[in-house]
Design a protein around this ligand. Structure first.
Ligand SMILES: [Zn+2]
Ligand SMILES: [Zn+2]
Length: 178
């Protein structure tokens, strides 16, 4: 089961859209679970941006995780990561690669060169959920696993997986459920 937990307000039709797209992409149930608070401890120095890895560590959430559950936290706050090889910059989300939790932001959606809120949030969420099943980045710009910072990512609004990634995710999901 994929569980959506909101950190702040989202229109219910947007959440419904995200849940339907995730369900279609992974063939797995997706529920809107509830709401949690943005952890203040993860606020960056600018008092506005949240450090994504820290946010996942600090979040106070009693959602029960079963073995094959994935939790996706949705926020509109800007996210960042600590300085790394890619430099420090805005991110669309952050997954615990191969793990159970990811945070995804709607920040920037609807703006110039970006996808609309509902479509964009669904695509970002599908991408980071893919990382939770160990999916890597993909060259195919139509695939949701195309790098999220690449211009191709915003050119294709559909949430679709290429054959390779679809089969890999199906194998991972089966393993998780066995
Ligand atoms: Zn990615
Ligand atoms: Zn792919």
């Amino acid at each position: 089961m994929i569980r959506l937990v909101t950190l702040g307000e989202f229109p219910s039709e947007v959440l419904g859209h995200v849940a339907r797209r995730l369900h279609a992409a992974y063939g797995m149930g997706c529920e809107i679970e509830g709401q949690a608070e943005l952890p203040e401890a993860a606020l960056a120095d600018d008092q506005e941006t949240y450090e994504a890895p820290k946010l996942l560590e600090e979040i106070d959430d009693d959602t029960q995780l079963y073995a094959d559950d994935k939790i996706v936290y949705l926020t509109s706050a800007p996210l960042t990561a600590p300085e790394g090889p890619m430099g420090k910059g805005p991110m669309t989300g952050f997954p615990q690669f191969g793990g159970g939790r990811a945070v995804v932001t709607s920040h920037g959606l609807g703006g110039k060169g970006e996808l609309p809120l509902d479509v964009g949030l669904a695509k970002r969420a599908a991408h980071h959920v893919g990382h939770l099943w160990d999916l890597h980045h993909c060259f195919d710009p139509r695939c949701a696993m195309h790098p999220e910072w690449s211009p191709g990512f915003t050119q294709y609004p559909e949430v679709a997986l290429c054959l390779y990634d679809r089969e890999k995710s199906e194998r991972k999901i089966k393993l998780g459920q066995s």
